[in-house]
Design a protein around this ligand. Structure first.
Ligand code: 3PG
Length: 305
């Protein structure tokens, strides 16, 4: 019997697990669940006899892929797939997929939750500031970035975007003013919202030199990946500039930010995509993609070539 594993250190909402179960069992497949596991060994043991698996930010390393002898397809229920060893998947004839767009509104809403929380001094009662009229620069204007743009327009912000993979026309049609370099955008916008993936090119690319010329009261909002930040460079800048703020959904590796009281905030656990709606959207999409691949060979959303 075809066996599908949901391996989620950070579990989906029960409504999403039930929905995935319905899709999988309607095909006559078996669903197995590994949630909140505490070691990579548990994951390695759980994959031993599965044909397909759904993960979130869980690390699908070479060891995991090699241990999954029957694995044919792995779906990252979400956007970023930097947690999957794609070369190992390709080497073992495993198709890797993501579910683009399915959790993007949830991430965008959290970005604004954090922006308002910071702008209102963590709700401590002191006079804060408003988002209306402020310039926001959206770094990468894909699914999450465009949702950030839509919500920013609702707040009355001036919305700019830089995305080297989109034309000016595409950015304009999606409601933002196109800019042609990150440098230009960071110089112009008090708020910057990051939506770039973590790749060899982007790791540590948000660095001191790029951030140093942001306008007074600068706010860097990270709902993307911690790896894209040059943490030492950012901490140095925050030492030098008492007006610089950093709010993030991905706790930094460096413990050098907690001293910036009132200017730094990190969620306790990455929670941008942690809504019932996003769990259902991404989880059910992943289940459908697995069924479509196994039954029809459909490789739409494949990310390893
Ligand atoms: C994504 O890449 O889809 C987001 O970062 C969400 O990640 P999560 O599923 O671990 O919450």
């Amino acid at each position: 019997m075809t066996k599908v594993l949901i391996a989620t250190d950070k579990p989906f909402a029960p409504v999403a697990v039930n929905g995935i179960r319905e899709i999988v069992e309607a095909q006559g497949y078996e669903l197995v669940l590994l949630e909140k596991y505490t070691s990579q060994d548990e994951l390695i043991a759980a994959v031993a006899d599965v044909d397909a698996m759904i993960i979130r930010s869980d690390k699908a390393t070479k060891e995991v892929i090699e241990a999954a002898k029957n694995l044919k397809v792995i779906v990252r229920a979400g956007a970023g797939y930097d947690n999957i060893d794609l070369a190992a998947c390709t080497a073992h004839n495993v198709v890797a997929m993501n579910t683009p767009g399915q959790n993007s509104n949830a991430v965008a809403e959290l970005a604004f939750g954090m922006m308002v929380y910071m702008a209102r001094n963590f709700f401590n009662g002191k006079s804060g500031s408003e988002l209306k009229g402020k310039k926001i620069g959206i770094h990468a204007y894909g699914n999450v970035g465009q949702n950030v743009g839509r919500i920013a327009r609702g707040f009355g912000m001036e919305v700019y975007a830089f995305d080297p993979f989109m034309t000016d026309e595409q950015i304009k049609n999606a409601g933002a003013i196109p800019l042609h370099s990150a440098e230009e955008m960071y110089k112009m916008c008090q708020y910057i919202s990051l939506h770039i993936p973590a790749t060899e090119q982007t790791k540590k690319s948000i660095n001191y030199d790029l951030l140093k010329d942001m306008p007074k009261g600068a706010v860097l909002v990270n709902t993307a990946r911690k790896e894209v930040i040059d943490e030492e460079g950012l901490a140095k800048l925050m030492e030098e500039r008492a007006d610089f703020h950093y709010i993030t959904d991905i706790a930094p590796d460096c413990d050098c930010f907690s001293k910036f009281e009132g200017r730094f905030f990190a969620t306790p656990k990455k929670m941008g995509a942690q809504t019932e709606e996003a769990n259902v959207n991404a989880g059910l999409a992943a289940a459908h993609q697995i069924v479509n691949f196994i039954e029809k060979g459909d490789e739409k959303f494949r990310v390893n070539k």
